[in-house]
Design a protein around this ligand. Structure first.
Ligand code: GLN
Length: 220
């Protein structure tokens, strides 16, 4: 089928980390993912995803590639979803970083706050913005220690798990401590694209899928 409908262009910061899983999630939702490794890759993007990985390495690579300054501008103007290391980069402060983070989100985080890689875990979340329960995958995750005024909590660990904030939003900037891209559940990506970034996803509209029906590989 030949389509004249232009797809939303969504960048995925691809210096390091699990950018490929975000690309797959965006493709499944009918967006057009574009890898971002150089400053010119930011041009023309409707939104950006900053993946999990190693925030210290990413910060060094931002300097080395010349992306740091244009990215600082981008995250203040356009919708951005940061997951795990991404939320560390978007935040106002975390210990042990080789350079200051981008400070687009008024939160302070503690890196590796649940322990080492071997202490990674699953934990059920409460996330009303995506309709309720969501599977939380935490890998050497940061913990949000301070939520600034004007920052909305969009996901918490379930009450019996502590109720602590693990997802935040300020305007069109979203930070998640967990990894929705490592599940089959695309509701967070969909919410970010349609509700936060206000992008139209023609494929989903055609399929007329309900929000809860969307999983990787298409709509059920
Ligand atoms: N511990 C990593 C960091 O500090 C983040 C882990 C992740 O993104 N899964 O950057």
């Amino acid at each position: 089928m030949v389509s004249s409908v232009s797809l939303p262009q969504v960048g995925v910061l691809s210096l390091q980390g699990d950018f490929a899983c975000h690309q797959a999630a965006l493709t499944a939702l009918g967006a057009e993912p574009r890898r971002v490794t150089l400053p010119q890759d930011l041009e023309g993007l409707d939104a950006l995803v900053m993946p999990g990985g190693e925030s210290t390495t990413m910060l060094r690579l931002l300097e080395a590639t010349g992306l740091r300054v244009p990215l600082e501008t981008f995250v203040r103007r356009k919708p951005v979803l940061g997951t795990c290391a991404g939320v560390i980069l978007l935040g106002r402060g975390a210990e042990g970083l080789p350079a200051s983070p981008l400070e687009a989100l008024d939160v302070s985080v503690e890196r590796n706050a649940y322990g080492r890689q071997i202490d990674s875990f699953h934990s059920p979340l409460e996330a009303p913005v995506v309709g309720g329960t969501f599977p939380g995958v935490f890998i050497r995750a940061p913990r949000i220690r301070r939520v600034g005024p004007g920052v909305e909590v969009v996901a918490r660990r379930r009450e019996q798990e502590g109720g602590e904030p693990v997802g935040v939003r300020a305007g069109t900037t979203v930070g998640l401590c967990f990894h929705p891209e490592l599940t089959n559940d695309l509701r967070f990506h969909r919410w970010f694209l349609t509700e936060v970034a206000k992008l139209r996803l023609p494929a989903l509209e055609t399929a007329a899928a309900g929000p809860a029906a969307v999983t990787r590989g298409g709509s059920a």
